[in-house]
Design a binder for this molecule. Structure first.
Ligand code: PRP
Ligand code: URA
Length: 209
């Protein structure tokens, strides 16, 4: 079974509280999501392997560390996952970026696929799949299935807010995928929105409602 990492550093909790407030506008919402994504990325990449390299400082030669050959890809689930890309790219500027387009049918809440464009060598990369909201887990599960169909076998799911329903679904369906969240909220309402949550993440990032 995969591990659920709850990254509840005080700075992240503080920033997330502001994002949850209904009066927070799109500009601040986006900025805070970027900042939290960078901070979460620090934990998502914590166990990356290091190689020894020989370098010379102005003072003397030394053996230093560098991230070993493992390449990264960031794959946001459109639309809201896009809001987590810039923070991660600040941390890992050389990462490639793929895109998976999914939206939830408003009545059935089932995900509908509409786009998939991934780096050619995605099967050789560690993939960080991003989506702020892990609600029923349907979108995340389908996105992971799409990645696996294209040969990915190293996938980490990075979300902002999850609920037990969605976390359990991903764990049952994809037990090899570790999940990183900043908070685990209480439950889903009758519209499959996270309670207390932060509302519709895509609409709040892009100001569409
Ligand atoms: C939201 C969110 C996730 C999905 C989560 O996207 O960004 O992708 O819902 O719900 P689930 O866990 O129940 O699948 P939405 O369908 O609203 O699309 P959007 O980002 O384009 O607004
Ligand atoms: N998608 C969102 O944007 N918010 C939720 O609470 C659930 C799904």
């Amino acid at each position: 079974m995969s591990t659920v990492h709850v990254i509840d550093h005080p700075m992240i909790q503080h920033k997330l509280s502001i994002m949850r407030m209904k009066q927070t506008g799109s500009k601040d919402f986006r900025q805070l999501l970027t900042e939290i994504s960078l901070l979460m990325g620090y934990e998502v990449t914590r166990d990356l392997a290091l190689d020894d390299i020989k370098i010379e400082t102005p003072i003397c030669p030394m053996t230093a560390k560098q991230i070993s050959g493992r390449k990264l890809a960031i794959v946001p689930i459109l639309r809201a996952g896009l809001g987590m890309v810039d923070g991660l790219l600040t941390l890992v500027p050389v990462a490639k970026v793929g895109h998976i387009g999914l939206y939830r049918n408003e009545e059935t809440h089932e995900p509908v696929e509409y786009y998939c464009k991934l780096p050619e060598d995605i099967d050789n990369r560690l993939v960080i799949l991003t989506d702020p909201m892990l609600a029923t887990g349907g979108s995340a599960c389908d996105a992971i299935t799409m990645l696996k169909k294209r040969g990915c076998n190293q996938i980490r799911l990075m979300c902002l807010v999850g609920v037990p329903e969605g976390i359990n679904k991903v764990q049952q369906t994809h037990p090899d995928v570790d999940i990183y969240v900043a908070a685990v909220d209480d439950h889903l309402n009758e519209n499959a929105y996270i309670v207390p949550g932060l509302g519709d993440a895509g609409d709040r990032i892009f100001g569409t409602k």
